[in-house]
Ligand binder design. Sequence first.
Ligand code: AMP
Length: 182
Amino acid sequence: MKQRLLFLGPPGAGKGTQALRLAASHGLLHLSTGDLLRAEVQSGTPLGQEAEAVMARGELVSDQLVLAIVRSRLEGHTGGWLLDGFPRNLSQAEALDALLSELRQEIELVVLMELDDAVLIARLLGRGRADDNEEVIRHRLAVYREQTAPLIQHYRERGQLVAVEASGTVEEIGSRIEAVLS
Ligand code: AMP
């Protein structure tokens, strides 16, 4: 099974839920930059203080900050991994390429989770996170389209991307993902 993976897709597509399941069942390191940033905010670290207001607005925190988090987790890790919510723009994708070539590792597959906007918004509104009010949600979707969606083409051109329909139950979506990884 492929075990160096990126999960790509709009906020609300269920990346976090599926990433957790897959990482647990296959023993992969689950790296969610959103979760790691929220933990920093919670503990009130300088990094968290820097990120808090940016996250509340639904914008992206600085590439440098996020890259430092990812680097510290991937360095010295020899097993499989699943990156969830990173990279979020082309410059992060390039920085990731540089980091992985330094670590002599490669992305084996990029899983794109696709879902209609109406369903995304309904899911996000039901989730109740601090950055999940309607105005911020719309902004996060706009940021996704402008900055993150270009990564689809980037990875498709390299032949690394596979798209999975992200509607249905958690189990149904999970089986579709398992099927593309084998
Ligand atoms: P997520 O949990 O992936 O939806 O991320 C929540 C928020 O954390 C985003 O709206 C951003 O403010 C921030 N964030 C998460 N990952 C990244 C990233 N790779 N680059 C920049 N900001 C990020």
